[in-house]
Design a protein around this ligand. Sequence first.
Ligand code: ZN
Length: 277
Amino acid sequence: MTVLYERRGPVALVTMNRPEYRNAQNSAMTYALDDAFSRAVDDVQVKVIVLAGAGQHFSAGHDIGTPDRDVDKSFDRRAVVWWDHTDKEGGNQRFARESEVYLGMCRRWREIPKPMIASVQGACIAGGLMLAWMCDLIVASDDAFFADPVVRMGIPGVEYFAHPWVLGPRAAREILFTGDRFTAAQAKEWGMVNRIVPREDLEDETFELAGRIAEMPPFGLSLAKKAVNQAEDLMGMRSGMDSVFGLHHFAHAHNAETSKDSLAGESARSMRDAGAR
Ligand code: ZN
């Protein structure tokens, strides 16, 4: 199972389960996550949703190199009404696919009307940040580390461009310009993370917080969540992301024109090696 689902009292625990690949996100995982979140939304017993990653790491990002990489596969599209990407070429293919499985899905999940908590340990890199960011709260273990190194590919950040809103513009520039890893403590100082807990306490502390939230009235929580989302969008998040998605795709296209592929010839291994400082 690519994604595990479990209900513990009022909390649904959704766990990415590809620990052998540091929970790299392929489309199969994306749709399995969507199934799990939909199940949690429809279950009246569930008041809070926790997103976690099995193993040592939360998520190494989008799958750009495992044997189960599935960019050429087609799934039942749910996030946006756009045509299937698999029989298209070039920018048409990339725009269709990324509108659905990356930007579209993260936006869809951000609108889930129940509070969501990301429970993050180890690596939370690039596409992994998107998954943590679309959650309402982030509880990180003290060994968690974060990075968006895609400027190394000539791309101005991952598809769900929340950076300036979740980090502030100054920190957003720093993490993009350097591509460096930053710690849970740094992330908390910038306001991106709610709590840092010892690694061995991560699950308990996440569930403790989830349990307290679960005592509040569900409809009040939904409206409070929507209120903060609306405020973020009034601060330009939604329209900002749309405009940056254009730059993101311009970068993919530039790479495809001038280098080996739309990722500028970078692989999961080369990105990891470059970031292993
Ligand atoms: Zn992309």
